[in-house]
Write a protein that binds this ligand. Sequence first.
Ligand SMILES: *Cc1c(COP(=O)(O)O)cnc(C)c1O
Length: 448
Amino acid sequence: MERKILLSENEMPTYWYNVLGDLLTPLKPPLNPQTKKPLTAEDLKIFPEALIEQEMSTQTEIEIPQKVREIYALWRPTPLVRALNLEKALGTPAKIYYKNESVSPAGSHKPNTAIAQAYYNKEAGIKTLTTETGAGQWGSALALAGSLLGINVRVYMVKVSYNQKPFRKSMIHLWGAEVFASPSNNTRIGREILKKDPDNQGSLGLAISEAIEDAVEHENTNYALGSVLNHVLLHQTVIGLEAKKQLEKVNDYPDVIVAPCGGGSNLGGISLPFIRDKINGKDVRVVAVEPASCPTLTKGVFRYDYADVAKMTPLLNMYTLGHQFMPPSIHAGGLRYHGDSPIISQLKKDGLIEATSYKQTEVFEAGVLFAKTEGIVPAPETCHAIKAAVDEAIKAKEEAKEKTILICFSGHGHFDMTSYDMYLSGQMEDYEYPEEKVKEALGYLPEV
Ligand SMILES: *Cc1c(COP(=O)(O)O)cnc(C)c1O
């Protein structure tokens, strides 16, 4: 039996799939944070027109520009791999496949949208892109894109990661971009926070605020977001479109698709082409996997909230734990964003997507099992999906049922070895879902 199901470069998709054209419930529009009215073009001036169009388009298929496809071909199509060793270790009748997005130069799925966003900004005459990054994957992906497309990149990196993950920072530098620990002294919001709390370790929401302020204040400078927005999920659908073709080659189709969920981009990327089938009556489950310490879809509320702590971003209708929510900084597994993609949120609300959450030690345990059987060291985020897949495979064994499981293998963990060391030396702790903190943060939700 073949382990790897490969596509040739000329089988790479030539269009992205836009689920907005097929949604059962249309999304509620983003709102201006001051007026609380639907956004106008003026509100969106930190994005190029082409991306704003994609953000709102209901055309189901959108062509991937030739130049973007040429760059994708540096690592795409990515392999779909049958995890035969993992299946054997689990003694499961289930078939487990993983779509390996860790083969990109940055080591995750994020370049799929970074390349596209840098391309459209370059076409619009933009010289500099600003962005935020948590663990550093997005910052390094955009730095890579900037380097390949000739655009400057300025990255605000959450301070706790900046100090814990120095090699992501080195990659960003290597690809020629600038990177600052957030909160930084570059921006008004950063200086304000530092004055009140000099040891503030930062958060993704705060870094977003800094990156946006930087873009608004400088000429020919736009902002790029690595997840959450509709156009980001659109670009990521290249993952699911390829996976579908690959499964067709072996005459298979997933019963269940599992993906880690932070802002929802790799989950959307792998699942939306299958959700299209589901809307048309096909039977396929899609499971979003979250950390128990930041359980947005499993424990949050579905309503309008800000995407950042400084309330500079538009209000998005989404599942949220409150823009004031900061997950415990000792959480090692990533996926620490308070909100979620409006597309993923609506699909969850409409029952087309399920969500589940796990504690960090069980997540790392699954990651280590994967590394020992399949060889690749998964990113901590990816370990969440592996844990869910392992549970699905064990359930299939108990029920003596055949089942096809598809994992989005969103990235490798080569820069996360500090977290693995913590796990392997028994120093990693679980903590309960921070009910009090969530309750408090939900108290600050905006009235709309
Ligand atoms: C960023 C990232 C995630 C989470 O972000 P999504 O937008 O939810 O996909 C998951 N896995 C890896 C490897 C990442 O880099």
